[in-house]
Design a protein around this ligand. Structure first.
Ligand SMILES: [Zn+2]
Length: 551
């Protein structure tokens, strides 16, 4: 099919717009917010478009019987089919607007034909609706070519609108006929519309259901599959994709489809999703859970350490969370849930916060055994969607970097100022209050200076981390430095004042890690210098730990 573009729009005398409001549904409103659906029905199409350089003037008209059947089908779809298909979880309302003025502005469809779209019909969409469904005439007469034509090459289209009101367009001839009464096209396109919306706001269970492929799905309760056949009112097929009570579309609108490969995990638009409301129509007063902070302990874990995660969650919504329902929080490392909290069930008032600590995981333990490397972590409140919220897409915290270093102890020590008082290099391997003690010099500025050599560190590491723990018999000035093998100089890492209380310093050397590792490739050693000074009092320093970790 040649590419077509609209060159000019037909200029016609404009007829008045007629508004027809249909009666509200006869049944009582359900507990869930009722979607407001506006059907916009164009009786006439009059468009001029260009195809392969040739201008075509096309006119189509819905005869009165087609108009009344389209309205009747839409009414039956909204008032009867949707409640049945959703197992009573959705009882929408319908407004039908019929327009005499010819539809004259179309855009391309996805198969080389033409269709009204969200922007070409924007001025006819009344505000306040959750869904717009445009019905129009695509069959008519091409006055240029002097033959009949159908300018729609798709039987129905639904646009991805994100969290905005949904939009579908359907040519009336693709809906049912007098001899084949059915609403399959409406069921299919509105199915795209609601799944697109609930996917966009994060309220639909993942993975999304594909309503083009019912054959890949089963009912998650019965395991029954579906058949890809159209049904009509005169020939109902129980497990056809469109059956109101047992087909794929029914199960999809009721949250009871499942992928055949995971047949018990219920997917689709379930009761909790319907309760989240539509693009415009929301529940009156809803909780809204967010993660306001999260972290882990210890804050700088090394390889093999058990890490405990904690998150503070807040209800920033306008209603309390239901008592007895868990405020679940999942903690993810590199995208995988490694721990969760699922013990808090007290109602959380609007504006209230609570801090929750991981108490379990899918693997059993409540803590994460840290593994070496660069990781990302995040906290995800209500990850399994137990609580209906006004916004289901703000439950995850931002990701934080979680770097886990594998620590290595020094293999040798060189003293350049001071003398050994007690202990040896092996005393530095662990923070265990077994110390390597050094006496200061005894004249002028009293000083201890020593350096540790830490072996077996890869030149290729993306990061190094220096840890030192020590105390002194008097308050001294402490400076930690690292040797730069590229510049052949000590690089100061941190200077602080440390007295008799043991102090732990964790510091990441600046710049390129390989500059601090001897040799050009493979493994080498790192040198850390520890210097303490006191202006006038001789002292000794008690060094408990020195290590260098790598990612
Ligand atoms: Zn489709």
């Amino acid at each position: 099919m040649a590419h077509r573009s609209i060159a000019t729009l037909a200029a016609l005398t404009l007829a008045a717009v007629t508004l027809t409001m249909t009666a509200a549904p006869a049944h009582a409103a359900g507990a869930n917010p009722a979607w407001k659906i506006e059907v916009i029905l164009y009786k006439n199409t009059d468009v001029t478009y260009t195809d392969a350089g040739v201008s075509h003037h096309f006119v189509g008209t819905l005869v009165p019987a087609e108009v009344s059947r389209a309205i009747s089908d839409a009414t039956q779809f909204v008032n009867t089919d949707i409640p049945a298909l959703s197992s009573g979880n959705q009882r929408p309302s319908l407004s039908v607007k019929t327009i005499d003025t010819a539809l004259s502005n179309l855009g391309p469809d996805v198969d080389g034909g033409w269709t009204p779209n969200p922007s070409t019909t924007a001025s006819d969409q009344d505000p306040g609706f959750d869904s717009y469904i445009v019905l129009w005439q695509s069959f008519g007469w091409d006055f240029t070519a002097a033959h009949s034509d159908n300018i729609a090459h798709d039987g129905g289209l639904t646009w991805p609108m994100g969290s905005a009101p949904t939009f579908s367009s359907i040519p009336v001839p693709y809906m049912g006929t007098d001899t084949n009464p059915q609403r399959n096209t409406l069921k299919h396109e509105w199915g795209h519309a609601i799944l697109g919306y609930y996917d966009a706001v994060g309220a639909a269970p993942k993975p999304a259901v594909d309503n083009h492929h019912p054959e890949t799905s089963v009912n998650c309760h019965t395991g029954q599959g579906y058949v890809l056949v159209d049904e009509n009112d005169l020939n109902l097929v129980p497990n056809s994709i469109f059956n109101d009570t047992s087909g794929f579309t029914h199960d999809y609108y009721s949250g009871s489809t499942a992928n055949a490969g995971d047949p018990t995990q219920c997917l689709g638009i379930g009761p909790a999703t319907w309760a989240a409301g539509g693009p415009v129509t929301k529940p009156v007063g809803s909780p809204d859970l967010v993660v306001t902070s999260f972290g882990w302990s210890p804050t700088a874990p090394t390889t093999g350490v058990s890490v405990t995660f904690t998150a503070t969650i807040k209800n920033q919504g306008t209603a309390a969370t239901p008592a007895g329902t868990k405020h679940g929080v999942a903690f993810l490392v590199d995208g995988t849930s490694i721990a969760y909290s699922d013990t808090d069930t007290a109602s959380l008032a609007p504006g209230a916060s609570i801090t929750l600590t991981a108490n379990g995981s899918n693997a059993g333990g409540a803590t994460w055994p840290a593994t070496r490397g660069k990781h990302t972590a995040l906290a995800w409140v209500d990850d399994v969607n137990r609580i209906v919220e006004s916004n289901e897409s703000n439950n995850k915290s931002a990701s934080k970097a979680l770097n886990v270093y594998s620590p290595t102890a020094p293999s040798s020590v060189t003293i350049s100022a001071g003398t050994v008082r007690a202990g040896s290099v092996s005393s530095l391997a662990k923070a265990d209050n077994i110390n390597y003690q050094i006496n200061s010099t005894t004249a002028s500025t009293r000083t201890t200076t020593w350096s540790g050599t830490i072996p077996n560190l890869p030149n290729s590491t993306p990061g190094l981390q220096v840890r030192y723990k020590g105390a002194n018999s008097v308050s001294t000035s402490e400076t930690l430095s690292i040797w730069n093998y590229t510049t052949n100089a000590w690089v100061p890492l941190k200077t602080s004042t440390v007295g008799t209380t043991p102090s732990t310093t964790t510091v990441i050397p600046p710049g390129t890690s390989a500059d601090y590792v001897s040799g050009a490739s493979g493994s080498g050693s790192v040198k850390i210098q520890v210097k303490h000074t006191s202006a006038s009092s001789s002292f000794y320093t008690s060094n408990d730990l020195l290590s260098v970790g790598y990612l």
